[in-house]
Design a protein around this ligand. Structure first.
Ligand SMILES: Cc1ncc(C[n+]2csc(CCOP(=O)(O)OP(=O)(O)O)c2C)c(N)n1
Length: 348
């Protein structure tokens, strides 16, 4: 796999922006290739949710976390896992339903998990991953591991009761937990202000006794700074809530052409581009020069091209492994469906 370069910003600068830019560029390009995988009919399952436009939320919060910290994601979590150190090839292979994937192709896009990297699981049920971080936070405190646990979810999850139960318990018990709401303005085809009267979502967390902040998701440095404040607080037993405001560049899932949004709105929304914003900031501040950024982008493109080639060439899991990693290894494996069908047919 191609190794991507980092920007040499000299000993004088301690800005985190070059690395944040690189993380966001990798997410953007990965997601574009995942879109291609879908169009080529090579993704497993019929749904894919891309996080293009939301890169700053993933990169900024991930940068504030420590290696031992754990997290859960929603159905739009590819970028978050990449920012937390996922190998693109293993992740895309998972999305392609291949044996080489993080869950041997059985999780797919919406159910990736990897305990080694602290990923407690992506969850397709809106709000489904949120309570798990309360448990992880309680466990971390009990075992004095020093870790925090972070739930990433969309604005749609703020309509789920489980968020409020989880925030209440986290605040009541002073757990090392952070709730990160990626507000991309839409829950499927419904704009947030058509579903929610008070769209200042962090205020709800404050009402529950958490530290609540809201940040503009076009600015990855602002996201990282807000996340650092809340991560530090969470580690000291003061749970937090971060609302990151951004725009979902494309439809809800790959098949959705978002007919419910005006073209002008989409155009304006896509101008709120965190990757382009970071690039402009790097150039304006002299932290990087254009050729350097072009070279980095090209390296990332090559890395992700290799990733899609790897995925397409990878093999599917054997049928015999269908129930492996699905049931308790201590229990006998259920009879594979194929053998059961064959047995029933032979009886007829
Ligand atoms: C409990 C539940 N209700 C409904 C759905 C169907 N559904 C899937 S994604 C989605 C929208 C979620 O919006 P949001 O939480 O804002 O995340 P986004 O898709 O914008 O990233 C809905 C309603 C679901 N998966 N789970």
């Amino acid at each position: 796999m191609t190794k991507t370069r980092t920007i040499d910003r000299g000993a004088a600068s301690n800005s985190a922006l070059p690395e944040l830019y690189r993380t966001m560029r990798r997410i953007r390009t990965f997601e574009e290739r995942v879109g291609e995988l879908f169009v080529r009919g090579q993704s497993a399952g019929s749904m894919l949710h891309l996080s293009i436009g939301e890169e700053a939320a993933a990169a900024g919060v991930a940068a504030a976390m420590h290696p031992e910290d754990t997290f859960t994601t929603h159905h739009r979590g590819h970028g978050i896992f990449l920012a937390r150190g996922a190998e693109p090839a293993r992740m895309m292979a998972e999305i392609g339903g291949k044996e080489a994937g993080y869950c041997h192709g059985k999780g797919g896009s919406m159910h990736i998990a990897d305990m080694g990297l602290g990923h407690l699981g992506a969850n397709a049920i809106v709000g489904g991953g949120i309570p798990a971080v309360v448990g992880a936070g309680l466990s971390a405190r009990h075992h004095k591991s020093g870790a925090i646990s972070v739930a990433f979810f969309g604005d749609g999850a703020t309509g789920q009761g489980v968020l409020y139960e989880s925030m209440n318990m986290a605040a009541l018990w002073g757990l090392p937990v952070l709730f990160v709401c990626i507000n991309n303005q839409y829950g499927m085809g419904t704009r947030i202000d058509q579903a929610t009267a008070n769209t200042a979502l962090h205020e709800r967390a404050v009402a529950f006794g958490l530290a609540g902040l809201s940040v503009d998701g076009i600015d990855v440095e602002a996201v990282a700074a807000a996340a650092r404040t809340l991560v530090d607080g969470a580690r000291a037993g003061r749970p937090g809530f971060l609302a990151v405001s951004c725009y979902r560049f494309y439809g809800h899932a790959r098949k959705d052409k978002s007919p419910y949004r005006a073209a002008e709105e989409e155009e304006a929304g896509r101008l709120r581009d965190p990757v382009a914003h970071a690039r402009a900031r790097l150039l304006d501040s002299g932290l990087a020069a254009e050729p350097e950024l072009d070279a980095l982008d090209a390296d990332v493109a090559a890395e992700m091209d290799a990733t899609i080639d790897f995925t397409i060439a990878a093999t599917e899991p054997p049928l015999a492994s269908m129930f492996r990693d699905v049931y308790d290894p201590g229990e006998p494996e259920p009879e594979p469906v194929r053998t059961r069908i064959d047995r029933v047919l032979a009886r007829e």
